[in-house]
Design a protein around this ligand. Structure first.
Ligand code: GUN
Ligand code: ZN
Length: 433
């Protein structure tokens, strides 16, 4: 059934830092959105300009709440869905003591199925309607996650993690089985409904040269798949990579040597990069994914928004929770923490830009922007409805807001899943929210 939503509407068509804030988006104080019976957006704009043909549709009126494209999380770990706030001393300690043992449970299909349902419902409760997800090393877990996403009609991009060394045996594959399982999952899931595949070598420490070579070959054979991994997150990790790959120029060069840089490659963290590394990422069209709550929680460092985004050699920037290194599923909270990190680095991050990253920006990096990421007609109605007055503290602060940026800024700094009034997946409202 076609339907009509009323509310404030916000939709991006460009990065506010590049296009200029007023040109980057459409905002309607009294907006309307028409959703067709196929779950795609038919029309969006000012209520006063709603074409006559849509006026008789059933209306859901969200009043002063904000209707936006659903959030997209560009880096999150499915098998870490319940291990947030594990007190590691640093990244490698956190991986060894908490993360690898927890991920070991995903060898069991039943466990993975139960976890996938909770994980995806949790994303939806936080207004996140798409994500680029690391699954565990086990093929059954990635398969269970794809199936659970399909059951919910969610556009999820994921892949089984490949890791064949420096981790316990129950979370390791080898170059050959990792490649075989990846090929099988790609042929089963990539492009099936809304599912897409991401080739997923975990990071240079847990993949042998043979496995990185296989990862590069997989990417070459499947250039429309994404590639996700971790890059330059912590000092101890970087030192270990230098020890394992003595011939590489630097951490980025390790991946470069195996053909893993490119326009479908997303590198989580990318904090401690040299100018040479930035130039190579820019040249190859690779993207850096900022994970602020994880980076402060694990003590990794402060992402340099201005350095990575330098206009003369632009690198795509994604924004992500990195749960369970990250401490929140909320992209609103993540924007707020990204703002704090920017402040610490002497950079500026507006709420508008944070919301751009969380919607259209991430959609572009995930190569899903013809389908999702804004309210443009033809895209799927994956939506989040946000309440800037969700708590007494937020309502009091909202009374002071005079501009759109100011209202969105308070929403991002103070908001979390309590501010999610509703989430729509392909035009269907989930839960009461
Ligand atoms: N580097 C390799 N694996 C991981 C992971 O699971 N989380 C984070 N934050 N960094 C990693
Ligand atoms: Zn990660």
């Amino acid at each position: 059934m076609s339907q009509l939503l009323f509310g404030r509407t916000l939709s991006f068509h460009a990065d506010p830092a590049l296009a200029g804030e007023p040109q980057s988006h459409d905002y309607e104080e009294r907006g309307a959105l028409v959703i067709g019976d196929d779950g795609r957006i038919v029309w969006a704009g000012a209520r006063g300009e709603l074409p006559d043909e849509h006026r008789a549709l059933a209306v859901t009126d969200y009043g002063d709440k904000l209707i936006s494209a659903g959030f997209i999380d560009a880096h999150i770990h499915f098998p870490q869905y319940r291990m947030l706030a594990a007190p590691g001393n640093d990244l490698l300690d956190w991986l060894n003591r908490f993360t690898f043992p927890e991920e070991g449970r995903y060898a069991e299909r039943r466990h993975a199925e139960t976890a996938a349902a909770v994980f995806l419902d949790r994303l939806i409760a936080h207004g996140t309607t798409s994500a680029l997800v690391f699954s565990s090393v086990h093929s059954v877990a990635a398969d269970a996650l794809f199936a659970a996403a399909e059951a919910r009609d969610l556009a999820i991009v994921t892949g089984k993690t490949m890791m064949d060394r420096n981790a316990p045996a129950n979370v390791c594959d080898d170059a050959e089985t990792g490649a075989r399982d990846t090929e099988e999952l790609i042929s089963k899931w990539h492009g099936r409904g809304r599912a897409r595949y991401a080739i997923t070598p975990r990071f240079a420490i847990t993949s042998s040269e043979a496995q990185l070579a296989v990862s590069g070959a997989l990417l070459k054979a499947h250039p429309d798949c994404l590639m996700q991994t971790h890059l330059s997150e912590q000092a101890g990790e970087i030192a270990k990579v230098a020890e394992l790959f003595p011939n590489a120029k630097d951490y980025t060069d390790v991946y470069d040597r195996f053909g893993l840089l490119g326009p479908t490659s997303l590198f989580g963290h990318s904090i401690h990069l040299s100018e040479r590394e930035c130039a190579r990422l820019a040249e190859t069209g690779s993207a850096a994914v900022h994970c602020p709550t994880s980076n402060t929680f694990l003590g990794s460092g402060l992402f340099d928004l201005d350095l990575i985004g330098r206009k003369d050699r632009p690198i795509g920037i994604g924004l992500a929770t990195d749960v369970g290194g990250g401490t929140s599923y909320s992209m609103l909270h993540t924007i707020g923490e990204a703002r704090k990190v920017a402040q610490m680095k002497g950079c500026r991050l507006t709420a508008l830009r944070g919301l751009y990253f969380s919607t259209l920006g991430n959609a572009r990096l995930l190569k899903l922007d013809t389908e999702i990421g804004s309210l443009a007609p033809g895209k799927f109605a994956d939506l989040v409805v946000l309440d800037a007055r969700a708590t007494p503290v937020m309502a009091a602060r909202d009374d002071l807001s005079e501009t759109l940026e100011d209202r969105l800024f308070a929403l991002a700094m103070l908001g979390d899943e309590r501010a999610v009034a509703a989430t729509y997946v392909r035009g269907k409202r989930w839960g009461g929210g």
